[in-house]
Design a binder for this molecule. Structure first.
Ligand SMILES: [Zn+2]
Length: 413
């Protein structure tokens, strides 16, 4: 089997490059792989002390902190570098679910050697980020077929060139739990292949190398058209991730929500902030056009604004939003996974960054540049940014772009 840290061996040899957590004997014997939904683990038996255990494979969001647990009583063994997530102890993992989520194997090209990329996750952004790992295998390992395990709602983003996709009609929240139905489906395919690897599914693949058009089939805005394309700005305005004008309005909204009153008032406030920012940008750039997207009810925007918000997602809506991002020099929105696709297609962004997300800065940005253009094109504002401060950034990103680019992209060695 190949020795490559981006290819975790599963068959014929199962990854076992660790010590028994009970007695320290190296390389416990691999018994079987377990694809439980979000979790990809494996069962082992220690050749020395006989311990039967399950351990996370070094993939997904547990890549650095794998948990191991004793099969007989789920006693957890944490890794030496910290406390791992003891998922086996969670209620959702007590009784395996046999639901198969209408799992289907779609074959585009038969391979005897495959690498499996499991993108199932209970968080929307995590599925996307794991899916972006596909490009590495398509380009670097054309001799190994890439098999993507994907929730149906993300199937439209599976790139051309994959050998197979295994599609599950699974909701995000169902990814969390012991999905024995998915595990069974995966094992029913096992005999077809001579060699199987697992892709680690890194959570933050280097995005400047990723070609989003291979995923969305929508051509993103390129910097050489930044000044020639008509100025366009897309606002991402979700009703569940709100832009507040002040700590006081945030407090009032939370208090009202608690007592079940005026839950929508903050959505209305947010609409006012967006509308005011649009008016201010128009004051300086009269030819600018605007789109508003997001899971929310449409309405309340100034005349001429394209309002694509909806409470019901569909493939048509996903694509309409991507086309709006792709004609945008700037996407504006509150921090969150809702910014991954906008920044993958738009040239830049202004992001409202809540105080409790400072540790997550840029994680939701598809950073398309590897030079100083990053600082110009990805701007982060205070949680309680005013409409004026957002508009000021947007206006600068148009008016100052030409000289900034010359100084930092052209007049350099
Ligand atoms: Zn042992």
């Amino acid at each position: 089997m190949l020795q490559d840290r981006h290819l975790i061996p599963l068959k014929p040899a199962l990854y076992n490059d660790f010590a028994c957590p009970e007695c320290g004997a190296l390389r416990p014997e691999g018994v079987k792989v377990m694809v439980l939904g979000k979790q990809t683990a494996a069962e082992y038996k220690c050749r020395e002390c006989g311990l039967d255990l399950v351990r996370d494979l070094p993939a997904g969001f547990t890549v650095d902190l794998p948990i191991a647990w004793r099969l007989s009583d789920k006693k957890p063994y944490h890794p030496a570098n910290g406390i791992a997530e003891d998922w086996a102890a969670y209620p959702d993992y007590q009784v395996p679910s046999t639901e198969r989520y209408n799992g289907r194997r779609k074959v585009f090209k038969e391979y005897k050697r495959i690498v499996i990329l499991n993108t199932i996750d209970h968080l929307y952004g995590h599925v996307l980020l794991k899916l972006f790992n596909a490009q590495h295998y398509l380009d670097e390992h054309p001799d190994i077929g890439l098999v993507v395990i994907v929730p149906k709602m993300f199937e439209w983003l599976v790139p051309d060139g994959v050998a197979e996709s295994w599609v599950f009609d699974i909701k995000l929240k169902e990814a969390w739990g012991w999905n024995a139905g998915i595990d069974n489906f995966v094992h029913e395919q096992w005999h077809r292949y001579d060699e199987i690897y697992l892709a680690p599914g890194y959570s933050h693949p280097e995005f400047s190398k990723i070609d989003i058009e291979r995923f969305s089939r929508v051509k993103p805005m390129e910097l050489d058209e930044y000044l020639t394309a008509p100025p366009h700005i897309t606002f991402v305005a979700r009703r569940d991730r709100l832009w507040y004008s002040s700590p006081f309005t945030k407090f009032v909204h939370r208090a009202l929500k608690k007592v079940g009153l005026f839950a929508d008032i903050a959505v209305w406030w947010q609409d006012r902030l967006v509308a005011n920012a649009i008016s201010e940008v128009r004051g300086q750039i009269p030819e600018a056009t605007f789109t508003v997207v997001g899971l929310a009810k449409p309405g309340g925007m100034p005349a001429g604004v394209e309002d694509l918000r909806t409470m019901r997602m569909s493939l048509e809506t996903e694509l309409a939003w991507c086309h709006a991002y792709a004609k945008s020099q700037v996407a504006v929105g509150v921090h969150g996974s809702n910014m991954i696709l906008p920044t993958a297609h738009a040239a830049g962004c202004v992001e409202i960054l809540p105080y409790d997300r400072y540790g997550n800065i840029v994680q939701d940005i598809s950073v398309r540049y590897d030079d100083r253009m990053q600082l110009f094109l990805y701007r982060f504002t205070d949680e309680f940014a005013t409409s004026t401060s957002i508009a000021r950034h947007v206006i600068s990103m148009f008016k100052d772009y030409g000289i900034y680019r010359l100084d930092n992209r052209v007049n350099i060695f």
